[in-house]
Design a protein around this ligand. Structure first.
Ligand code: NAD
Ligand code: UGA
Length: 448
């Protein structure tokens, strides 16, 4: 019999009682992974539809490996779901806030969910509990939460999250680093220990610095993407191939290959709102973050550039022109369409008069009738069950999300279905030579 401890779990003496508030893209993997590590986790979700799905054992989001990890943790008795934050925290030693911080009207982060949950749990927190802020919040929010809870015996700690959608489980099991910001190094250390099975380095700092690290990471990634998107534009002007330029850059270890794929612009629920919030935070602190403002403006230009490519591919105008759109999510392997460049571009095509038929593997044609799933962003588009159906009679097909299955289509069939065999590949996903052999006119971004 082996006495070796399973290294994916904390030792019995290090198991803690944890509450996670908010069952979204961050709260679900956080709860599942902490439970997988052996902690006793209670997850609170106040949305009745979402709560109902979880109680029935269904996942409200598309996330690779999450359903299995979550189901296993529930079956092992390490994880349960409740509807009210107050019920989740009563017995918890650690309370993770994973609620939304959407972009407010002036570009700053809207803290109303964080404020509401802090007020909701204040009187229910166990003596000596640690409130851990995982939501992305402006500098100074940990202090705001302290003020709202008004509990001298409760520490508030900042623990920003760096997971990506689509790889959230992998990122949570194997993070590059854990950042904990606290006034009390003891509380910070105890939060770091919850994640010991990850083996990741733990950076302990003060709260303001931890909050700054989170925005700095997202703003840096956004700036890197704006750079590479601009590079794609330059390559087209120079008749260079951006993919080989990337190869030449990526092998330089100081640059690396990650986040070097040009596309239709960066989007999602976080990069846009967090860059905008950081510009706002900087402004409030008397610093003009001009570089970041430029990265954001250049991202708007990227969207317009892709739209212009579709207009050009259609011969100069889109009025009543049938256009097929492949991909609606902000990137592949997620069902998230929040701030999706694909949706923004498809909307502009609709506004220019195009008859858009769209396909995305996570958007069934019946989506408008699915309870709890708004599809307002897709108004004016015909939703199709498969990519072939979308491109029937189309004058142009534009690929906006890099779904792997689009690479392996029967392009001879696509060719025959379309009125004009013209493809704009905003993700450089397809093989231009193979498409041209079949008879397509192909346009990518920054490549011949
Ligand atoms: P989300 O909208 O997917 O999920 C938030 C959940 O919290 C929702 O299900 C909502 O109903 C629930 N909720 C809100 N108030 C509640 C309350 N009082 N009690 C119980 N449940 C409540 O949001 P998300 O994408 O998980 O983002 C959460 C935070 O994490 C944001 O600050 C975001 O910036 C940050 N973040 C997100 C990601 C990501 O990839 N999505 C990554 C890192 C950090
Ligand atoms: C991003 C960060 O990568 C995470 O570290 C962070 O935790 C998260 O935001 C957050 O704070 O919410 P995510 O929103 O899941 O994660 O998406 P990314 O993988 O960063 O992609 C963002 C956008 O950039 C997408 O539109 C994607 O298509 C685009 N992108 C990304 C490219 O166009 N090219 C690339 O090479 C990489």
């Amino acid at each position: 019999m082996s006495t070796a401890r399973d290294r994916t779990q904390v030792p019995a003496a290090a198991r803690r009682r944890v509450a996670v508030i908010g069952a979204g893209y961050v709260g679900l993997p956080t709860a599942a992974v902490l439970a997988h590590f052996g902690h006793q986790v209670v997850l609170a979700e106040h949305d009745p539809d979402r709560f109902g799905l979880l109680v029935r054992g269904d996942m409200p989001i598309v996330e690779d490996g999450l359903a299995e990890l979550f189901g296993d943790a529930v079956a092992a008795g390490h994880l349960r779901v409740v509807q009210h934050a107050g019920d989740a925290v009563a017995d918890a030693q650690f309370v993770f806030l994973c609620v939304p911080t959407p972009q407010g009207d002036d570009g700053s982060a809207d803290l109303s969910y964080v404020e509401a949950v802090a007020a909701e749990i204040a009187d229910h927190l166990a003596p000596g509990a640690v409130v851990v802020n995982k939501s992305t919040v402006p500098v100074g929010t940990a202090r705001l939460v302290e003020g709202i809870t008004g509990r001298a015996d409760v520490a508030v700690v900042s623990n920003p999250e760096f997971l990506r959608e689509g790889t959230a489980v992998r990122d949570s099991l194997h993070p590059d680093r854990i950042v904990v910001g606290a006034d009390d190094p003891g509380a910070a250390g105890r939060v770091g220990e919850l994640f010991a099975p990850t083996g990741a380095p733990v950076i302990v700092t003060d709260k303001v610095t931890a909050e700054t690290i989170k925005y700095a990471a997202n703003a840096f990634l956004a700036t890197k993407l704006s750079f590479v998107n601009a590079l794609a534009g330059l390559c087209e002007s120079l008749d260079a191939d951006v993919r080989d330029v990337i190869l030449g850059l990526g092998y330089d270890k100081r640059i690396g290959f990650d986040f070097l794929r040009p596309g239709p612009g960066w989007g999602g629920s976080c990069l846009p709102k967090d860059t905008s919030a950081l510009v706002h935070i900087a402004e409030s602190a008397g610093y003009d973050f001009a570089l970041l403002r430029e990265a954001m403006a250049s991202n708007d230009d990227q969207l317009a550039w892709v739209v212009a490519k579709v207009v050009a591919a259609a011969g100069g105008g889109l009025d009543a022109v049938p256009v097929a759109v492949w991909g609606l999510t902000f990137k592949a392997d997620t069902d998230d369409r929040r701030n999706s460049p694909a949706v923004a571009i498809a909307r502009r095509l609709v506004d220019l008069g195009a008859a858009v038929r769209a396909f995305d593997p996570t958007v069934p044609p019946s989506v408008r009738a699915v309870p709890g799933r708004s599809a307002d962003d897709l108004s004016g588009m015909v939703l199709c069950a498969d990519p072939y159906e979308a491109c029937r009679d189309a004058a142009v097909t534009v690929l906006l999300t890099e779904w792997g299955e689009l690479r392996d289509l029967d392009f001879a069939k696509v060719h025959d279905l379309m009125a004009h065999p013209v493809v704009v590949d905003a993700r450089n996903l397809l093989d231009p030579a193979a498409l041209r052999r079949v008879g397509f006119a192909y346009t990518g971004v920054g490549r011949r």
